[in-house]
Design a protein around this ligand. Structure first.
Ligand code: IDP
Length: 166
């Protein structure tokens, strides 16, 4: 499995996590989300702040083209700075999605009030965070945000187990 390694006694998995423009716009929320990543024992493998062009937004969310929220979504995601992370830990993909909570903020508030989207989300579109939903999408999305990052090289050369918990 390309996104996991068993070398370090525990199985580490990579995921892409993104803090969306609505949350980056508020320094205290950005800081709270960064702390949440650390408190949940993710290794921050890579991190970058970036701003998308609309064309980036359209490419990333191409699967949603035609949905009623698509235009709103692509405009929003290109509306200001974002912060992207490559994160590693055991079950990173599931764990980050659990922390985010349901896509729709109203549902998150009702069913999972302690999740990120319930606590900080503004609307169903402005819902604070993105997280990959499978190993295949993590691989594709990491390459989209971090084209200079080689997963194979990271698995081969770096020793993430030494940094778990930092
Ligand atoms: P996810 O982000 O939880 O994986 P997706 O269904 O992949 O959910 O949707 C991508 C993004 O599109 C969401 O995070 C949200 O910003 C936006 N979105 C999804 N569904 C709706 C909706 O019903 N109304 C408005 N925006 C939506």
């Amino acid at each position: 499995m390309i996104l996991s390694t068993r070398r370090c006694a525990r199985v580490l998995q990579l995921t892409l996590a993104v803090i969306k423009p609505d949350a980056v716009a508020h320094p205290l929320i950005l800081e709270a989300l960064h702390q949440k990543i650390l408190e949940n024992n993710f290794v921050i493998v890579r991190k970058k702040d970036l701003i998308w062009r609309r064309s980036d937004s359209e490419r990333f969310y191409a699967e949603h083209e035609g949905r009623f929220f698509y235009q709103r979504l692509v405009e929003f995601m290109a509306s200001g700075p974002m912060r992207a992370y490559v994160l590693a830990r055991e079950d990173a993909i599931t764990r980050w999605r659990e922390l985010m909570g349901p896509t729709k903020v109203y549902r998150a508030r009702y069913t999972s009030p302690s999740t990120i989207r319930a606590q900080y989300g503004l609307t169903d579109t402005r819902n604070t965070t993105h997280g990959s939903d499978s190993e295949e999408s993590a691989q594709r999305e990491i390459a989209f945000f971090f084209p200079e990052f080689s997963i194979d090289q990271w698995l081969e050369k770096e020793e993430p187990c030494l940094r778990v918990g930092h």
